[in-house]
Write a protein that binds this ligand. Structure first.
Ligand code: AMP
Length: 671
């Protein structure tokens, strides 16, 4: 029988998951390998497990899969699943030895965007100026659900629309103009975000003399709301059943919203007031510095763990504030889990303690499968600790370097999809990371990538030092968008720029962006319009997406939600990854975004070529080994480079990709 499948990769999208794996190392010499998927679901704090039953759907099927990929839908939200992938052949049933599985653990998030589409099932004209709508909510839901009814007057040039919220499955919309056609749509909002709108419903109210749209009681309610917002009762507001507002079509940069019903127009709310109302978006990140007492932020967002529940096992890394260890956490009535333990080195100042713990009060606000999960903090002991889930494969950059060339492109895209999904979640929460880089992504044993590193010391907007001090004491120039370097404009769009660099790092298996160029040269090259060329074997679509992330104008860059959608499409249609970037004449050095062949530098001698690819230090190695002319480069390969003393993998890669280019483009090598 075959050995177990290998290299699992799971891509969770709310309540569905794509599992992929590679074929067993040992096929048993047979060509009839198929795969079966066995599923267990575990819920509750004690993680009691039981078979999954028949509620799930496996595409194309659960048993006897011919390919190494399956899509599983209709999982329960917020549930822990274990999938055992078994490889079978015609002799498996005859073998007395126990079956070998590949186990993949997956935690789903809330059902959201794709699964919640609401359609109105009842419409009724209740009176001349009101309409009642009803819809069917989802059957299963963990946590709160709220519905949003959006409506506007049909054929109105201004397109002002009104949004009403309710926790019920029906709503009477009143205050409408008689004899007017309105368009209605409904969507759900859960902890996992917004579902998609159902179809549009058009309804006309009956003809009648125009009435006053806003009753005195409504104005009173609106005034009360206004006062409540002003006095910080934002939470109370969001829990109201009906709180309507109109979003006028206007410049998003000075977004203002005014309450519904003409008479209340003077009640303008500023963006600040609205952001604290959390309308209409999902949850918003709260900066720990908005707390007068930072310890309160810790208490609000992080669970205090008793130090006796933690067993420290070994040191796995060094953080900004002290050591990082792996160990185990056993909380009462929960199963023991592996954790990472960050500790604050002895002799810390109060400010260091605060900055160290700020990471926990940021991380504790997030709940997403691609964001590192905070288990809790230990603050009551002298030894202050932050406890997070343990990521077996450590940070992504070193992991990729260790496994150079060992993952398929689809596995790499799966990793990138995970990172983009985590970043979408952060940007939806209005959190700007500022230091997105492969070194700040952690990888678990299932190759799931999670965004980490939420330290505060580098994200202080008002601290003039902060823009220039990250962990290494500087802004990470190679990863940072030009506007963030130039005038500290850090936004989700600058995170998208960094994400493009992470894409490049991933596809090149941990290569250093811009190689050994100096920071100043990088800034200059970017300003002149040059961009990183496609890494070796990079699919064209991926390099195009990178270039999109590196658009100079930040509004031209894609949003994280769009990136996730693009990558999802690529995963569903892997043949789109087949077209590789042409080894263009310019691909050796930085590619100018508006490049054409004439922009490329032509070189005529081997020395010029080495200088052009910034490998001039190897001139002697080449000449000593008898390489004199450009033409002789045709014989250069990896083992030849080792022989002539060029052993650094990054340098080898750079030289070889240029040589490949030379082989394609003939005697006059262009770079
Ligand atoms: P940090 O201070 O978060 O950058 O952590 C320093 C190093 O510790 C990282 O580069 C990782 O190698 C390791 N590390 C941090 N957190 C974890 C974790 N949750 N699981 C595994 N390794 C970790």
């Amino acid at each position: 029988p075959p050995s177990a499948p290998e290299n699992p990769i799971s891509t969770v999208n709310e309540t569905s998951v794509i599992l992929e794996w590679s074929s067993p190392r040992d096929s048993g010499g047979r060509g009839d390998i198929t795969y079966n998927i066995h599923c267990k679901k575990c819920s509750g704090d004690s993680r009691k497990c039981s078979p999954c039953g028949s509620g799930l759907h496996f595409v194309p099927r659960q048993y006897e899969l011919a390919y190494t990929k399956v899509l599983i839908t209709d999982l329960l939200p917020h549930t822990f699943y274990t999938f055992n992938i078994e490889a079978m052949s015609g002799v498996s049933e005859l073998s007395p030895s126990p079956k070998q599985y590949l186990s993949v653990n997956v935690t789903t998030s809330q059902a959201g965007e794709t699964s919640l589409t609401l359609n109105v099932i009842l419409k009724e004209r209740k009176s001349k100026d009101s309409i009642t709508l009803a819809w069917q909510g989802p059957e299963r839901i963990n946590g709160a659900i709220e519905y949003e009814v959006i409506y506007y007057e049909k054929n109105q040039r201004e397109q002002n629309y009104t949004v009403l919220k309710t926790r019920l499955n029906s709503m009477t919309v009143d205050g409408l103009k008689p004899g007017t056609t309105y368009v209605f749509r409904v969507r759900a909002h859960t902890d996992g975000g917004y579902g998609t709108y159902g179809g549009e419903i058009e309804l006309e109210t009956s003809h009648e003399v125009l009435r006053k749209y806003c009753s005195t009681t409504q104005i009173h309610l609106l005034l009360t709301i206004f006062i409540l917002v002003g006095t910080g009762f934002a939470k109370f507001m969001t829990q109201r059943l009906h709180c309507g507002y109109i979003k006028a079509k206007q410049d998003p940069d000075e977004e203002k919203m005014h309450f519904q019903h003409g008479r209340a127009d003077s009640l303008f709310l500023t963006r600040t007031a609205l952001s604290s109302m959390k309308l209409p978006g999902s949850r918003t990140y709260v900066h720990p510095h908005t707390y007068e007492d930072p310890n309160q932020a810790i208490r609000d967002f992080a669970k205090e763990i008793d130090a006796s529940s933690i067993r420290i096992e070994r040191v796995i890394g060094a953080g900004e504030f002290g050591e990082v260890c792996s160990g185990r956490l056993k909380l009462p009535s929960k199963r023991e889990i592996c954790v990472a333990i960050k500790s604050l080195k002895a002799g810390y100042s109060e400010k260091q303690r605060r900055d160290f713990l700020s990471e926990a009060s940021i991380m504790g606000q997030f709940d997403h499968p691609n964001i590192i999960r905070l288990e809790g903090v230990v603050t009551k002991c002298k030894l202050v600790m932050i406890i997070t889930e343990f990521m077996e494969n450590g940070s992504l950059d070193s992991f990729l370097r260790k496994h150079d060339g060992q993952f398929t492109m689809i596995q790499l895209v799966g990793m990138l999809r995970g990172i983009a999904s985590g970043m979408k979640y952060l940007s939806d929460m209005n959190y700007v990371h500022r230091d997105l880089a492969a070194r700040n992504i952690l990888v678990n044993s299932n190759l799931v990538c999670k965004v980490s590193d939420f330290g505060l010391s580098r994200v202080l907007e008002d601290d003039p030092e902060a823009a220039y001090t990250t962990r290494g004491g500087k802004i990470p120039i190679r990863w940072t968008a030009p506007e963030a370097i130039a005038y500290r404009k850090f936004t989700s769009a600058s995170d998208v720029w960094s994400y493009g660099i992470v894409m490049w790092e991933v596809v090149s298996f941990g290569e250093r962006p811009y190689w050994e160029m100096s920071n100043q040269d990088v800034i200059k090259a970017i300003d002149e319009g040059y961009r990183l060329p496609a890494p070796m074997d990079c699919p064209l679509v991926l390099h195009q997406l990178m270039l999109d992330c590196w658009e100079k104008a930040r509004s031209d860059r894609p949003k994280f939600g769009q990136i996730v959608n693009i990558l999802d499409k690529l995963i569903r249609n892997p043949s789109s990854l087949k077209q590789l970037t042409q080894s263009s004449a310019c691909s050796v050095i930085l590619l100018r975004q508006d490049a054409n062949a004439q922009d490329c530098l032509t070189v005529a001698t081997l020395e010029e070529w080495l200088d052009a690819i910034k490998m001039g230090q190897y001139k002697e190695n080449f000449s000593a080994a008898g390489y004199v002319t450009l033409e002789s480069l045709i014989y250069v390969n990896g083992s030849e480079l080792n022989k002539i003393g060029i052993t650094l993998p990054g340098h080898q890669k750079r030289i070889l990709s240029s040589v490949q280019n030379f082989q394609t483009h003939g005697a006059h090598l262009q770079v």
